[in-house]
Design a protein around this ligand. Sequence first.
Ligand code: NAP
Length: 252
Amino acid sequence: MSDQVRTAIVTGSARGIGAAVAKRLAADGYGVAVVDLDEAACATTVDAITAAGGQAIGVGANVADEQSVVSAVERIATDFGKPTILVNNAGILRDNLLFKMSVDDWDAVLGVHLRGAFLMSREVQKHQVEEKWGRIVNLSSTSALGNRGQANYAAAKAGMQGFTKTLAIELGRYNVTVNAIAPGFIETEMTAATAERVGVPFEDFKKGAASQIPVNRVGQPEDIAHTASFFCSEGAGFVSGQVVYVAGGPKD
Ligand code: NAP
């Protein structure tokens, strides 16, 4: 790929919010590495990007696994382009009330969200520091403020905010900004799975959620992609260490 094109990595971008972010960053003119657990599953996003005239590569990796992350970032840097933009989006849910939450539920969620963001950022910052330019965008959540049945996920998403602010302080001198997006209810397979778990048809579940949201609708993956696009833009170079709630209304 041409040296003039910046390379972005979006984790968990085979579907959902990650896929929308990957497509948006490609439309913004970046080459995009679509990273997800299953390399074959990345094809849908990669094909959509290339069909629209963009540049993309699909890479299978488990963000919670150190060797998998090291190999994936190395492969992207060698075969595609030095990554200077990173969106830490990969995520899972293992919801349960505290008294029923297993150690595996706890470790799996903290592993993908926090350990995953740490491992990916540690590999990508090498390229950002070398290039003296970079953008990291971390996916937090309104659940960081507390949500019944999500002790593991809330801890991980609150952790993402402290992680974001610390990296912003450490990497600022290299012209690298680090910000977080905290989405509210976004219509994806993740929220569809939650509806199924609580036994409510997804349409009713969405209607119920929308009635509690000031703009009177649930969010779409493109709502998050738009915010990610802003954080990654040249003009946002003085915005760092921020958490933006993209939730159709105020949160605190
Ligand atoms: P999603 O539809 O479930 O997509 C998540 C993607 O991450 C999937 O493709 C999944 O792959 C991948 N993934 C999971 N574990 C991974 C791992 N260890 N390594 C690499 N990829 C992995 O979720 P989403 O709704 O788009 O959510 C994206 C992010 O936004 C998550 O961090 C989530 O916590 C956050 N968020 C979502 C909402 C919402 O309302 N949807 C709200 C707030 C925050 P598999 O298909 O193979 O599992």
